[in-house]
Design a protein around this ligand. Sequence first.
Ligand SMILES: [Zn+2]
Length: 240
Amino acid sequence: MKIEIHCLECFQNNVQIGKPYRNISLSEIRDDGVYHNKCPQGHETTTILDSLKFEVLFDIGMNAICDGYNREAISSFSASLERFYETYIRYRMNVDKPGSPISSIWKAVSNQSERQLGAFIFIYATQHGVPPALLPSDSKTTFSANFRNNVIHKGYIPSKQEALIYAEGIYSLLQRYIQEIEASDIDQFIEFYRSQLPSRRKSTPAQNNFITSTKAFSMTLLRNETRMPDFDYIKAQFYL
Ligand SMILES: [Zn+2]
């Protein structure tokens, strides 16, 4: 996956003289979401992909399907779900137990996804009174932990159709969790979400910053009054 890097100064100059703007370069994706760029005219712009990891990883998965890397797509979607769990746990810890030392607590689970899943299940159940919907663990279907493990650990090469079924399953879980938050405490969640964004975490000077976000979905983008439209809409964003 590549990200479009724009030059703000060229863009503004071209708008003023009514010329089309074509000064776009492509950069490989970075972990910190911050892209410093100098255009051929020497203008400096910082582009910030202002999205959390679970959103970026979902985009990477969709792009991987577009490019024919279906195995890699499964890995990215799985990681997207795991990083959402982390965001959810950190959010609830932040809201329900202000001042809790979440960073040191997280260290106890940071290297083991099963521990993180356990924490998510208990924190979710405390909030909702029932356990959350999860990736089916023992199912023989494509949308299952069994399928994911076959791909990631046993070298199974999925088809594009299987990758899309898995993507839709992961998306439907994320959609469900996020729509539940939208129905209850979205303002608090968005406040926490914003505090975690690359533009907040990194001390980048505000001047000449170009802020962009992920393509599949983003907490800052409302479509038809939800942040999580149908999966057909998501596929259309990637011409799938
Ligand atoms: Zn420029």
